[in-house]
Ligand binder design. Structure first.
Ligand code: F6P
Length: 551
């Protein structure tokens, strides 16, 4: 359903009348609480946004006009909301309790979901306890997870985020890029070369046809054989996570050691499925179940809270306001916790693969810009890199600050400095500094009138730049699960308002097909029809030294 255009124009008109945020705070003692939502162990402080009551009301009308509630309910009901692939998008079932009921095509999927979770539990406990051994009876010391995109980013990010919860053994590593520097960087690590006898590979691919993953998996297999693993014992060193049993068998992996998932789980929503196996291996299945429970708490909130008090809906609507009405062209993610350093990378796939679309569900051109570019890195590092632009540049970006109140380390002075910086950034972005104040400060610091006049424009900040602050009490599996689910549902709400399919990803296909042709040409020496630039690049790859000669 498309939101009627009068709802968009009403929103645009009202947003023009919003006073500067500083004034809004001065004039409304209840502002903070009106714009704070507490759910699933997270707190969203959305008060530093360019909204007043009228704009907020208009955003909710837009959400209702676009049918957000109906589409949310359809997603939870297992309807085929992924219309171009004719599939459900039922990742919420993956984190629901055993006695929940979620149906796809009239069948309750929960027994299958929990059977796989139980399989993961048995297997991860065997590996962690040393009961699962390599071919010569030694315990597994290293797990190498081979996958790409959604079959890599989610578990890689969660393992990094939960590193304080990990055992020393097994040590879990990730390989995604077809660039063999990645695989070599793990297996041939000069500081600690791996032993094939104590290494376990997880080949993770929904389709089990993804070129990068299959090439890395074959090279890993060759490495294991060369390292002394007998072919008949490879099953002790290779397991698979996939929906494609036939391809797993053809690769030579014992399908008893295959962890299934289903076509109703999108790649970027799959860390909750057996794609999360490295998380269970690194942190233990109990922690993995806590992660699922945290996400489930956010699902329950999303499914039941009225739009006005719904955290994912609020986050989504503020994103729509910033991108579609106020003109932001990107979104910055600033996690103030070092262990969340891969959050921006995970959200890049989640948001940009889901909502990077230009046609509606009906295949017509969209009426509004869709997902803005998402980027970021942990504060405080980011402050010393690109925050200059965010404070004073002509380009601005709304920022999500993620603040974690209790650290996992024992350095309270570092934590105070970290949080102080986080809070100061959003305050500075909102308040800015006028030229008069900048001039007065310079004079108070001893500058002459002339000098103060010259420097004041450089020390002026426009302010009124919006941000959200999402607060976690601590970075534990449950709050992490809730945080990721929050963004997943934000994406779904925004996709509904833009009237696009958030669950397909046709945009990655064209490049994949062309790469197949070029890889054959690089191997065979043949050259098909290409533009002059691509032809020259192929020639250069075949013969790297000389420059291609002009015609
Ligand atoms: O890049 C496209 C994509 O299909 C992603 O959506 C997916 O997560 C990734 O490739 C990996 O796919 P697979 O799990 O099938 O190997």
């Amino acid at each position: 359903m498309t939101a009627p255009s009068d709802l968009w124009s009403d929103l645009a008109t009202k947003s023009l009348r919003v006073p500067p945020m500083r004034e809004l705070f001065d004039n409304d003692a209840s502002r903070l609480w009106k714009h704070t939502i507490d759910a699933a162990g997270l707190v969203l402080d959305a008060s530093k946004n360019r909204i007043d009551d009228a704009v907020l009301e208009s955003l909710f009308s837009l959400a209702r006009g676009a049918g957000v509630e109906a589409r949310r309910d359809a997603m939870f009901a297992g309807d085929k909301v992924n219309v171009t692939e004719g599939r459900a998008a039922l990742h919420v079932a993956l984190r629901a309790p055993r006695d929940a009921v979620f149906t796809v095509d009239g069948r309750n999927v929960m027994p299958d979901v929990h059977a796989v979770l139980d399989h993961m539990e048995t297997f991860s406990e065997q590996v962690r306890s040393g009961a699962w051994t390599g071919h010569d009876g030694k315990a597994i010391t290293d797990v190498v997870h081979i996958g790409i995109g959604g079959s890599d980013l989610g578990p890689r990010f969660v393992c990094a985020a939960l590193r304080s919860y990990q055992n020393a053994r097994p040590s879990v590593h990730f390989v995604a890029n077809v660039d063999a520097h990645a695989l070599d960087g793990v297996l041939a690590d000069v500081a600690r070369p791996f032993e094939a006898a104590t290494t376990l590979f997880i080949v993770a691919s929904k389709t089990f046809t993804t070129a990068e993953t299959m090439m890395n998996a074959h090279s890993a297999r060759a490495w294991a054989l060369a390292g002394g693993v007998p072919e008949a014992q490879l099953h002790r060193h290779f397991v698979a996570v996939s929906t494609n049993t036939e391809a797993v068998r053809a690769f030579g992996i014992d399908t008893k050691n295959m962890f299934a998932f289903w076509d109703w789980v999108g790649g970027r929503y799959s860390l909750w499925s057996a794609i999360g196996l490295p998380i269970a291996l690194a942190c233990g299945m109990a922690r993995f179940r806590e992660l699922l429970a945290g996400a489930h708490a956010m699902d329950t909130h999303f499914a039941n809270a009225p739009l006005e008090a719904n955290m994912p809906v609020r986050l989504a609507l503020l994103g729509i306001l910033n991108a579609n009405v106020l003109g932001a062209r990107s979104v910055c993610i600033a996690p103030y916790h070092q262990h969340l350093e891969l959050l921006p990378a995970h959200l890049q796939q989640l948001e940009m693969e889901s909502n990077g679309k230009s046609v509606t569900l009906a295949g017509l051109p969209v009426a509004h810009a869709t997902v803005p570019v998402l980027w970021g890195q942990p504060g405080t590092n980011a402050q010393h890199a690109y925050f200059q632009c965010l404070h004073q540049g002509t380009e601005w970006a709304p920022i999500d600050f993620i603040a974690v109140m209790a650290p996992a380390h024992a350095h309270p002075e570092h934590q105070r400095a970290l949080l102080a910086n986080c809070f100061a950034q959003s305050e500075a972005l909102m308040n800015g500094k006028t030229q008069d104040v900048a001039r007065a400060e310079l004079i108070a610091a001893g500058a002459s009138e002339v000098e103060a006049e010259r420097l004041a424009p450089h020390k002026t900040f426009p302010g009124n730049r919006p941000s959200n602050t999402i607060v976690l009490a601590r970075l534990d599996p449950s709050s992490l699960g809730a945080l990721i689910a929050l963004y997943e549902h934000k994406v779904m709400v925004q996709g509904t308002i833009w009237n696009i399919d958030s669950f397909d990803q046709w945009g990655v296909e064209l490049g994949k097909m062309l790469a197949k042709t070029i890889v054959d040409e690089l191997e065979s020496g043949a050259l098909g029809t290409h533009d002059a630039s691509t032809r020259a690049l192929i020639e250069r790859a075949r013969n790297p030294s000389p420059s291609p000669s002009p015609p």
